[in-house]
Design a protein around this ligand. Structure first.
Ligand code: CO
Length: 213
């Protein structure tokens, strides 16, 4: 059996097992999804959201990109965010980074990686905002892991700076925003920050004043 056949065969076994434990499992999910969570994570193959949180299909709406970024001009992310907030009305949005993230590591160097430079540029800005704090740390690994944490926090703030989230905070008193970081060494997620609905931003210029419908 080649690698692709193995994937398809594993999928059949899995589907069979799911139906064995709950005959209506798939039928119940066909027409509706009502996940409580939107997960914004890194594309890294070692950080699969459903597996590391022991959740099943239907529980988490997921967007992944390199280094779990929330870029304010990214139509893909913004479309996912709008759908999750306005239609699915998720209760929580989680930005989950991970220690040892290759995207963040690449952004910390001066090396040119071609097209992806444009994406990593957003992380270089996070480094610039927090350079003093990062450079006080001793080793390269410590610096990298601190930038990974700070990057998660910045992306949570970027969510709060969207009119999508601010409007929902005013109208629905939700969602809660969370910043987490996953440790590849032990498989454990560490919560970093929580912004409840209505939280103040790091600068008032980002607060929209005409969101009441
Ligand atoms: Co990564």
């Amino acid at each position: 059996m080649n690698a692709l056949e193995e994937l398809l065969s594993a999928n059949k076994k899995w589907a069979g097992k799911m139906v064995e434990s709950d005959p209506l499992f798939f039928e119940n999910l066909v027409n509706v999804q009502s996940p409580d969570f939107l997960w914004i994570g890194c594309s890294d193959s070692r950080v699969p959201p459903n597996q590391i949180t022991q959740t099943t299909p239907g529980q988490i709406f997921i967007h992944r990109n390199i280094a779990n970024m929330v870029v304010h001009t990214d139509l893909n992310l913004l479309s996912v965010l709008q759908y999750a907030v306005e239609i699915l009305k998720v209760k929580h949005i989680i930005v989950c980074g991970h220690y040892g993230c290759g995207g963040v590591k690449a952004a910390m160097t001066n090396h040119s990686y071609g097209l992806i430079n444009k994406w990593l540029r957003n992380i270089k800005d996070v480094y610039r905002y927090h350079q003093d704090e990062i450079e006080m740390l001793g080793t390269e690994d410590e610096k990298l892991n601190r930038l990974i944490e700070l990057n998660v926090s910045e992306q949570v703030l970027n969510l709060a700076k969207t009119s999508i989230v601010q409007k929902s905070w005013v109208q629905n008193n939700g969602p809660h925003l969370h910043g987490w970081v996953y440790d590849l060494h032990d498989g454990v997620i560490r919560p970093l920050l929580h912004l409840p609905p209505g939280s103040k931003l790091d600068h008032p210029i980002f607060e929209y004043d005409n969101l009441e419908d």
